[in-house]
Ligand binder design. Sequence first.
Ligand SMILES: C[S@@+](CC[C@H](N)C(=O)[O-])C[C@H]1O[C@@H](n2cnc3c(N)ncnc32)[C@H](O)[C@@H]1O
Length: 207
Amino acid sequence: MSSFSTPQEQFWAGQFGDDYTDRNTGARWVASNLALFSRILAATSGVRSVIEFGANRGLNLLALRQLLPDARLAAVEINGKAVEALRQFPWLEVSHSSILDFKPKATSDLVLVKGVLIHLNPDVLPGVYELLHAASARYVCIVEYYNPSPVTIPYRGHTDKLFKRDFAGEVLARYPDLKLLDYGFVYHGDANFPQDDLTWFLLEKSS
Ligand SMILES: C[S@@+](CC[C@H](N)C(=O)[O-])C[C@H]1O[C@@H](n2cnc3c(N)ncnc32)[C@H](O)[C@@H]1O
């Protein structure tokens, strides 16, 4: 875990990622995630396994555990402090790895990535799209910041650490066996269950 192929991985594995993990905690986030994933899962059926790429301390997985109590849940995460937090959950299979190095041993019914593609070096996206597609037995859920064309924006005083684009549109264009099942937006000003102005896309593989 000591050397990475992109500066963005180093950034998240190091102090910035530790501080993010300390800062982002709390029941309110899990409540918002419960609202989000109950909406997203409404269009699915038979989800028995989930893998989340870039899970941080598990705020999405805690919600998914409530909504899918019988499902096998797995997480891939680059930051050591976040992995420590994830390893507190006995029901979770945790891989301490960069997404860029991760090789799934099996497919999962639902592959989730939320607030992570926006932080990857754009050059690695084709390989990561391939991973999302290959790791999925049925659904791929992409929850990111949307922009119709690729843009780079400053992130907490850092450059080249936050990128917006049409991630789901690019995945759909690349893999004709995926179709768009549902999509939506969650506003930061939502009165009850805010998210960070996230757009979500649920894709399904045709069998
Ligand atoms: C903005 S946070 C989002 C966390 C979580 N998905 C959520 O929605 O609360 C981005 C997470 O992705 C992780 N991450 C970033 N790049 C990664 C990589 N190359 N491999 C694995 N995890 C990565 C970070 O360490 C961090 O935990």
